[in-house]
Design a protein around this ligand. Structure first.
Ligand SMILES: O=c1[nH]c(=O)c2[nH]c(=O)[nH]c2[nH]1
Length: 336
């Protein structure tokens, strides 16, 4: 029985980049964490230690900083495409580059003063393979080889009413009381894939798209009378796909940040939905993908539609499926 090298990739993780634009007295700040993973013809370094095909991860890190200086940093998707295309085009052994970007927000306090935003972060994962790295001047009609997935994490939302949970299945272990009025709170973890990003597609308005998706998610959460967080999840995903034609698919992971009504009777007090304990664990975790039905209508309608969780066969780790929620020890959750 032969022993062979399987999937492999390598790169620099968690490159911390802060870019200040000082064109005038009013500075602009971008704060990113960038991860790079390169895959391709890398068998020899694993077998014999021959490094001829290996661009050092140190060089990859330097490229991030150099590109930030040379090209600036505006939209994370754009910066990711720049880097991913660069590695596939310039390193002969590399046939696929995955660049993961996380943007940490800062609010302006003054012309050169900023306050770090709360837990909300914007993300992008850009993957380019050889088809996606064709010469910009001569794309030859190619459209494959590039995927851009944008996302948001840590968007904490709360409705203090218009949420109920009742009529659920009960077995001998069910103790949860039904409720027709509860707090519904979650920290939205969403990832969405942009449709048809071609190999030379430079021209999207990523900022407008991100703002639009975020607004659709928030709008649907706020406006949906919720009978379950599952219903709210689907309403959020549905709103995004209905309003944003550029989005092909969206995955959501919604932790149910349980808020339990405190029993104040021992103190001779009533509690008409006013005093809650926000529990942090365990918490319900509601996950789902919302996608477009193909023209032939073959998509499963029973919630079993493919989730892109299939193993990649190109020597790279599969990374899809519903996004993992931010498991923040300080986060909320609970049994209710
Ligand atoms: O919206 C909810 N969905 C559930 O599946 C569930 N399960 C539970 O205990 N509470 C809730 N709430």
């Amino acid at each position: 029985m032969a022993i062979v090298l399987g999937a492999n990739q390598y790169g620099k993780a968690e490159v911390r980049l802060v870019r200040v634009r000082r064109d005038g007295p009013r500075h602009e700040l971008r704060d990113l964490t960038v991860g790079i993973a390169l895959a391709g013809d890398l068998a020899e370094v694993h077998r014999s230690g021959d490094n001829a095909h290996v661009l050092p991860t140190d060089s990859q890190k330097n490229t991030v900083y150099a590109f930030a200086r040379e090209h600036g940093v505006d939209q994370v998707e754009e910066f990711g495409l720049l880097l991913a295309r660069h590695f596939v085009r310039s390193v002969p052994a590399i046939s696929r580059a995955r660049v993961e970007l996380t943007e940490h927000g800062w609010q302006r306090l003054g012309p050169h003063s900023f306050q770090r935003d709360g837990s909300e972060i914007r993300t992008a994962t850009v993957t380019v393979d050889a088809d996606g790295a064709v010469d910009a001047a001569d794309p030859d009609g190619a459209t494959g080889g590039t995927t851009v997935e944008s996302g948001i994490s840590g968007l904490v939302l709360l409705n203090s009413t218009d949420s109920e949970f009742r009529g659920y299945l009960k077995d001998r272990y069910t103790t949860l009381p039904e409720t027709d009025d509860r707090i519904l709170a979650t920290a939205v973890e969403a990832r969405w894939r942009h449709a048809d990003v071609g190999p030379t597609d430079p021209g999207r308005d990523w900022a407008e798209s991100y703002a639009g998706v975020r607004a659709a998610l928030v709008g649907a959460f706020v406006e949906t009378y919720s009978r379950s967080l599952q219903q709210t999840l689907y309403a959020m995903g549905h709103r995004v796909l209905a309003e944003r034609p550029e989005i092909a698919q969206l995955r959501l992971a919604l932790p149910n940040r349980h808020h339990l009504l405190v029993d104040l009777a021992p103190f001779g007090l009533d509690n008409p939905g006013e005093v809650f304990v926000a529990t942090d664990r365990p918490y319900g975790l509601i996950e789902g993908t919302v996608t477009r039905t193909p023209e032939d209508g073959t998509a499963a309608e029973d919630g079993t539609a493919a989730e892109d969780g299939t193993a990649a066969e190109d020597g790279t780790a599969a990374e899809d499926g519903a996004p993992a929620p931010d498991v923040d020890p300080a986060g909320d959750g609970g049994p209710g």
